[in-house]
Write a new protein. Structure first.
Length: 407
């Protein structure tokens, strides 16, 4: 019989999503409206989340999809038969109306077949993905005003487990431990972890870091943090999430970085990725497998620039195995922790000033990379040391042996 998580685990999972993840780690407020997006594969969790929202006094707008259809409609049949006009179709009144009607988005990822898009030209996938850029901009504008939140989680499937060489039960054990679902009160456990992450963020912000140098196996990279930046983490936007990150000044990124973990991008598995940056731009990109897909992704406007730099402390993360999804892989712990970067769009909320003052013109001045069509995280779990140069000229090692050095 195929493994299935117990009703108790699913109920705890729903509680974490509704009473912690929503509303920036504070949980839903009575009367708020949540758009829940998921598919048949994750039906049990989808229904449990809806019930938890209703019991908390919230409202649900449904986007419940057939198995095999990604949250914005991406699927193999569509990509095979659609014309370019159809790939670029965007129902603006629908998505604008949805954005105007909700307080939160809650995504439940569940892959019926992680290889469903294999063989589809990368350019067609990119065209379809890019069609949703206006919705991302609508969301960003409302989020900037503090009127929209979002979170995302995953329901484990047999296809995902098979991809990483685990049984479905073993795969779910990674989810259960990562999300604290084996705790008596996982919401309280998340709140405790949130405070620990807050302590690290505050220390990093107090250090007033000018730039960092990342050294290790396959990594010799210099990143300038930039003016008016802050480090972020936690806040319930991803479940699980242990990373602490910022969006640097992309213009001064120099050096090389290789990644020992695969990237799953729009249904394509890309392995052995190596990037070389000069003056803030990727000038060389290679991969052992599906190099064409990597280069196609980087060819999008501004996608060859740095949008995020992130570190995960191994003492926070219970994830010890590759999971074939960025949500988990970018938060992997293990012996050496996790370093990852994202190419493409920045996170404007890493701006330390008033978000309402952060115009596109100011973003350009501060070296924030603007690329609403692409934000792709690429992960390394090899040993590395991160040395920070402070604005006063002093240097300090902030991360080594998989953990922050000051906690």
């Amino acid at each position: 019989m195929e493994y299935k998580p117990s009703e108790e685990i699913i109920k705890k999972y729903a509680k974490v999503m509704v009473h912690y993840a929503l509303n920036g780690g504070k949980g839903i407020n009575k009367g708020e409206t949540v758009c829940v997006i998921g598919n048949d594969c994750g039906k049990d969790l989808y229904m449990a989340v809806c019930k938890e929202i209703w019991e908390a006094g919230g409202n649900v707008i449904h986007r419940y999809l057939p198995a095999g259809i990604e949250r914005y409609g991406l699927n193999r049949t569509f990509l095979e038969v659609a014309t370019d006009e159809q790939l670029q179709f965007f129902a603006r009144p629908f998505w604008q109306g949805l954005t105007d009607s909700i307080d939160h988005l809650l995504f439940i990822m569940a892959d019926a077949n992680v290889h469903a898009l294999e063989g589809i030209p990368a350019a067609r996938i990119a065209m379809s993905n890019e069609s949703m850029a206006p919705f991302m901009e609508m969301r960003a504008e409302k989020e900037k005003l503090g009127k929209l939140g979002w979170t995302i989680c995953m329901y484990g499937t047999q296809s995902a487990a098979d991809e990483v060489g685990l049984t479905l039960e073993e795969y779910w054990q990674q989810i259960i431990k990562a999300c604290y679902l084996d705790d008596e009160d996982p919401v309280a456990r998340w709140q405790k972890t949130e405070l620990e992450i807050l302590t690290v963020k505050q220390k990093l912000n107090e250090l007033n870091i000018k730039k960092v140098h990342i050294e290790g196996e396959g990594i010799d990279l210099h990143i300038t943090i930039g003016e008016n930046r802050q480090w972020l983490g936690g806040r319930g936007k991803n479940i699980p999430s242990f990373e602490i990150f910022t969006s640097p000044d992309y213009r001064y990124t120099e050096g090389t970085i290789s990644f020992n973990q695969p990237l799953y991008y729009s249904g394509t598995k890309i392995t052995g990725i190596k990037l070389r940056f000069e003056k803030g731009v990727v000038v060389e990109a290679t991969a052992d497998e599906n190099q064409d897909a990597l280069r196609e992704m980087l060819s999008r406007q501004n996608a060859n620039r740095l949008g995020e730099f992130s570190l995960t402390d191994r003492r926070h993360s219970m994830i010890t195995h590759i999971m074939a999804t960025t949500l988990y892989d970018e938060n992997m712990g293990g012996e050496e922790g996790n370093t990852h970067i994202a190419v493409g769009n920045c996170y404007p909320d890493t701006y330390a000033g008033n978000r309402e003052d952060l115009t596109p013109e100011l973003m350009e001045t501060l070296g924030y990379n603007i690329c609403p069509k692409v934000h792709v995280d690429i992960i390394s779990t090899t040993r590395r040391k991160v040395t920070a140069t402070l604005h006063d000229g002093n240097t300090v090692v902030i991360y080594e042996n998989g953990q922050f050095t000051f906690i």
